[in-house]
Ligand binder design. Structure first.
Ligand code: AHR
Length: 344
C-alpha cells in the first residue's frame, strides 16, 4: 500500500467527520435537514462543501502539432469534466521550457496532481524533484521521461512506441520478403529527442535489420507537423530519385509528404509505399484512398485512464507503474471499412 497523499488524508478526515456527525446522536436541531432558520452553518456543512472535495489536476500538454494531439487534448478535457475535476490546462507549444514553467506554476498553486506529456525525454529531474518535495504526485501521459529515479512519478500511461516501430517494420519486411535488390526507405522522424521519435525509429530499425535489402537512405525530423513533413519530403525527393518507401512517424507528416509526392508528379501509395503511425481520421481517409498503405495505430484517447489514475493516486491506492494502451494496425483495405467508425 502506498502512502496516502495530502488530498487523500483530507478526504478520509472529511469522511470520518461526516460519519461521526451522522452517528453521534447530534442530528437534532443542528442537523442540516433541521437547520431551516437563518442560523450559521454547522461544522458538517462547511467541512463537506463540494468544492473542498473537488480534485484539482494541472495538465501540461505538448502543443497542438497534430490531429492526434487535438484528439488527445479533447479526451483529457472531456474526461476531467466528466470526472468532476477542476482542470488547469496549459499548451506548451512544443517547448520544454514552457512545460517546466507550467509545472512550477501548478506546484505554486498546490494542485492535487500534475500530469503532463513530456515534449522530450530528457531534462526533467529537477522539476520533478520539486514536485515530489512539495508532495504533489506526477503522472506521465502519452510520452515517457528518461529519469532513472522512477519515484519521481506515479505512473506512465501511454503507448509502447518501440512496439509501434516494430509493427511498421514487420509489415514492410513482409511486403518485400522476395525483393532481390535494394529497397530505398526515407524516414520522417517526429520531434527530435521525443520518446515517440526515438522509439519508433529504434523499433523499426530493429525489425528491418533482418533483411539487408531494406535500407534507410535518409532520415530527418518533420517535427510531427504537416508543414514540416511536406518540406522535408520535398528535400528528400530532390536529393534522391529512387525512393521506394516512406516511413513517417505520424499521419500528419505523411499527409504533408503526400502533397510533396503528388506535386512531384508521383503517385503516393503506388510509386512510393507509405507507412505511418497514429490512425487519425485524415490518415484513414488517405489510407482508404490508397495513398497510405499501412497505418500503425496510436490511441490518443487517454483521458479516461488518466482520470482514473488521478483518482486512485489521490485516494492513496496502488497504481501500476506502467499502463500500456492497446492498439491495432490497418492496411488500406482495413482502413476503408473502419473509416465510418473512426471517432477522431
Ligand atoms: O506522442 C504521440 C505523438 O505525438 C503522435 O504520434 C503524434 O502525432 C503526436 O504529435
Amino acid at each position: 500500500m502506498k502512502p496516502t497523499t495530502k488530498k487523500g488524508l483530507a478526504l478520509i478526515a472529511m469522511a470520518m467527520l461526516v460519519f461521526t456527525t451522522a452517528c453521534g446522536g447530534n442530528g437534532g436541531s443542528n442537523s442540516p435537514a433541521n437547520n431551516k432558520g437563518g442560523s450559521s452553518p454547522s461544522a458538517t456543512e462547511t467541512t463537506v462543501a463540494p468544492d473542498d472535495k473537488k480534485i484539482t489536476l494541472g495538465f501540461s500538454q505538448v502543443g497542438a502539432e497534430s490531429g492526434w494531439r487535438t484528439a488527445n487534448t479533447q479526451s483529457v478535457q472531456d474526461s476531467a469534466k466528466e470526472a468532476g475535476f477542476e482542470l488547469k490546462f496549459s499548451d506548451a507549444q512544443q517547448k520544454q521550457e514552457n512545460q517546466i514553467k507550467a509545472i512550477r506554476t501548478y506546484i505554486q498553486q498546490k494542485v492535487d496532481v500534475i500530469a503532463f506529456s513530456p515534449v522530450v525525454e530528457s531534462g526533467w529531474d529537477t522539476v520533478l524533484k520539486e514536485a515530489k518535495d512539495a508532495g504533489i504526485p506526477v503522472i506521465l501521459t502519452d510520452r515517457a521521461v528518461d529519469s532513472t529515479d522512477t519515484s519521481l512519478y506515479e505512473t506512465f500511461i501511454g503507448s509502447d512506441f518501440v512496439e509501434e516501430g516494430r509493427r511498421a517494420g514487420t509489415w514492410l519486411v513482409d511486403q518485400f520478403k522476395d525483393a532481390t535488390g535494394n529497397v530505398n526507405i526515407v524516414e520522417l522522424q517526429g520531434t527530435t529527442g521525443s520518446a515517440p521519435a526515438n522509439d519508433r525509429k529504434a523499433g523499426f530499425a530493429e525489425v528491418i535489420a533482418s533483411n539487408a535489402n531494406l535500407k534507410v537512405i535518409a532520415s530527418q525530423t518533420g517535427d510531427f507537423t504537416r508543414a514540416k513533413g511536406k518540406e522535408v519530403m520535398q528535400a528528400f525527393l530532390k536529393a534522391h530519385a529512387d525512393i521506394d518507401v516512406l516511413y513517417a512517424h505520424n499521419d500528419d507528416m505523411a499527409l504533408g509528404a503526400i502533397q510533396a509526392i503528388e506535386a512531384a508528379g508521383l503517385k503516393p501509395g503506388v510509386d512510393i509505399i507509405i507507412i505511418s503511425v497514429d490512425g487519425v481520421k485524415d490518415g484513414f481517409v488517405a489510407a482508404s484512398e490508397g495513398k497510405i498503405n499501412f497505418i500503425v495505430e496510436c490511441n490518443p484517447l487517454l483521458g479516461p485512464q488518466l482520470m482514473q489514475a488521478v483518482r486512485d493516486v489521490v485516494e492513496g491506492k496502488e497504481v501500476p507503474k506502467r499502463i500500456v494502451t492497446e492498439e491495432g494496425v490497418f492496411t488500406s483495405e482495413e482502413a476503408k471499412s473502419e473509416l465510418p467508425n473512426r471517432k477522431y
